[in-house]
Design a protein around this ligand. Sequence first.
Ligand code: HEC
Length: 105
Amino acid sequence: MVTTMLWRIALFLLLLPGMAAAADLDRGRALAERWCGNCHLADRAASAGRADGLPTLPAIAARRETTAASLKGVLSAPHGRMPDLSLGARDQDDLIAYILSLRSN
Ligand code: HEC
């Protein structure tokens, strides 16, 4: 009984640093290209939006009202013709970190 519990605690402590790992910007970029890039240009260098007026991700990032929380809201409810992504928490965090990293200041 007690040993099982000790093993659980040891396992938990072992996994803890992994769970607290910093967001992975490369993963975030790949996710952005895959899930957002069809509609919002995801590249850091994308300055002009598409002809249909959809903002690029750098343009979205540059807005004052864009925050991690607002992006989380966008990701958890599909908008426009955006497919329902149901991204996991880690995917969301990486994606959000990538988008916010596009801010130039
Ligand atoms: C199928 C096309 C499509 C995809 C894919 C898509 N979006 Fe959008 N997005 C739109 C449209 C259309 C709008 C315009 C507002 C609306 O219709 O709600 C929009 C608006 C937004 C806005 C609000 C900006 C504004 O102008 O108000 C944000 C933020 C956003 N998208 C983020 C994302 C992110 C992040 C992804 C990737 C996870 C993504 N979108 C994927 C079509 C898409």
